[in-house]
Design a protein around this ligand. Sequence first.
Ligand code: ASP
Length: 358
Amino acid sequence: MKTIYSFIFCCFIAHTSFSQDFSDKITLVIHGGAGTITRANMTAEKEKAYREALNLALQNGYSVLKQGGTSLQAVEAAIMVMENSPLFNAGKGAVFTNEGKNELDASIMEGKTLKAGAIAGVTTIKNPIRGAIAVMEKSPHVLMAGKGADLFAKEQGLEIVDPSYFYTEARYKALQEAKKEEKIELDHSENTKKEIRKNPKTGFINVEELIFTEGKKFGTVGCVALDKFGNLAAGTSTGGMTNKRYGRVGDAPIIGAGTYANNETCAVSATGHGEFFIRSVVAYDISALMEYKGLSVKDAANEVVMKKLVQRGGEGGVIALDRNGNIAMLFNSEGMYRGYIKGDGKSEIMIYKDEADK
Ligand code: ASP
């Protein structure tokens, strides 16, 4: 008799845990890049445009979650808004490579299944985040690059555009400026020029230094979401760096560096100096601190972004979200375009450092 009761009890527990409703916890967090974003180099008009675009991304993602959609669908919806806006360095508005092309990277990861998909160096997929999702859902692979990835997206029926679709005058001018001064730079650089120093021994310009010779902004976009089923997802999309050399791939399509999601810990999307984020395996490191050390999402993100990355000279930030709807939006640069929306529809958009951290 006792065994029957314990069996029924176990079934009840199993049932309630499987059907646990997270409706009141649904949350969506976005970023539109970190860097030298200060009130001094912002105009009222520009700020309004950014806030409107970020709000649209939040609302689109939120309506998916509110209608019972998955976190993956919400991440896709929010990121597509930012990819379609020329304000961000992702999709339309992506920065130019040294050869005058736009080469796009994106990735996606699901916290429930640990399935992931990514594309690197693509030139014709209108919404790179959809390419990443197709790799995850329609191929046995995780990362596809270059021509093959473009072809795969076409075969999957994704919207394909002529590479000229990605052209924007502002980014093209930024490339010309960067080329004039032999710089590889991150998106939205302001005119805070510093002298480019050459290595006295080799006579060559130090690449790490080149990247940071101007005011720094990283216009990558990203989103993390928690749906009513209690599943987390994370996605990131970028054009990379202005004047990047052929074939350069940043952290955005590298699972564990720019993007990671695990229902047991958190979902993370990063923006910043990709080389440092790859070397520090930033997104996975945050998850690992939660998994192995029991840190909260905020403490884990703080450890990696504000301590480890700072010590190593890696500038940028992350958005992170756990299964209870706890958020971290941390960056070690001047600012980060960021925002969140919660189950009750309450949303907040922030840009500068002095705006309250969540
Ligand atoms: N992380 C991106 C890269 O290195 C740049 C960015 O965040 O804007 O490609």
